[in-house]
Write a new protein. Structure first.
Length: 189
C-alpha cells in the first residue's frame, strides 16, 4: 500500500520548511534602526548642548548681576554727589536695565506676595500686626532675578509672621495706654 499525501501532511510540511530570510530585508531593517538611533543621539546631544549653554549663561549673568546690584546701591546714595555725576549714574543704570531686558532677565520683586520657596530665600521672620500679611514678603534684602523660566538668583526676603497671642498682648498694651492717656487728660482739665 502506497500512502498518498493528504492535505494535512502537505500543510504541516509547508509550515516546517520556512523560506530563508532575505538578506536585503535584514540589511534594510538594520539600516532603519541605525538611522533612528543616530537621530535620537543627535537630539540628545543638541539638548545637552543647549542645557550646558544655559548653565554657562546663568553663571555669567550671576556674576554680572552682583556688579549690577552694587551699582544700584551706589546710585541710591547720590544725594551728596554732583548733579552731573548723579545724572551719569542714572544713564548708566538705564543702559544696564535695557541690556538686562534685552537678555530676558527679570527682577524678582516679591513685596506683598506670598512667600514662594521656588523664588525666595527667607532670611528671617518679622512680626506683623495684620493676619493678612502672615506668610507674605514684607521686605526684600536682595532682589532676585530670573531668565525665561529659570531662576538665576532667589530673592532674599523677610517674611511676615502673625502671632495671635502677641497681637492680643500688643492690642491690650495699646488699650491700656489709651486709657492712661484719657485719665491724664481728665486730670489736667
Amino acid at each position: 500500500m502506497e500512502s498518498t499525501p493528504t492535505a494535512e501532511t502537505t500543510s504541516t510540511a509547508a509550515t516546517v520548511a520556512e523560506p530563508a530570510p532575505d538578506p536585503l530585508l535584514e540589511c534594510e531593517d538594520r539600516f532603519k534602526r541605525l538611522a533612528a538611533d543616530f537621530a535620537n543621539y543627535k537630539r540628545r546631544v543638541e539638548a545637552e548642548r543647549n542645557e550646558i549653554l544655559d548653565l554657562l549663561e546663568a553663571r555669567l549673568l550671576n556674576g554680572i548681576l552682583a556688579i549690577y546690584d552694587d551699582f544700584c546701591r551706589l546710585s541710591q546714595h547720590t544725594a551728596n554727589v554732583d548733579e552731573q555725576l548723579a545724572q551719569g549714574l542714572k544713564a548708566v543704570q538705564a543702559k544696564w536695565q535695557a541690556w538686562l531686558t534685552n537678555e530676558n532677565v527679570e527682577m524678582i520683586n516679591p513685596v506683598g506676595q506670598a512667600f514662594d520657596p521656588n523664588l525666595h530665600d527667607a532670611l528671617m521672620q518679622q512680626p506683623v500686626p495684620d493676619a493678612e500679611k502672615d506668610g507674605q514678603v514684607v521686605h526684600v534684602v536682595e532682589y532676585g532675578y530670573k531668565r525665561r523660566d529659570r531662576v538665576l538668583r532667589h530673592a532674599k526676603v523677610i517674611v511676615g509672621n502673625f502671632d495671635v497671642e502677641e497681637s492680643a498682648q500688643e492690642e491690650q498694651v495699646l488699650q491700656e495706654a489709651a486709657v492712661t492717656d484719657e485719665n491724664v487728660a481728665e486730670v489736667t482739665e
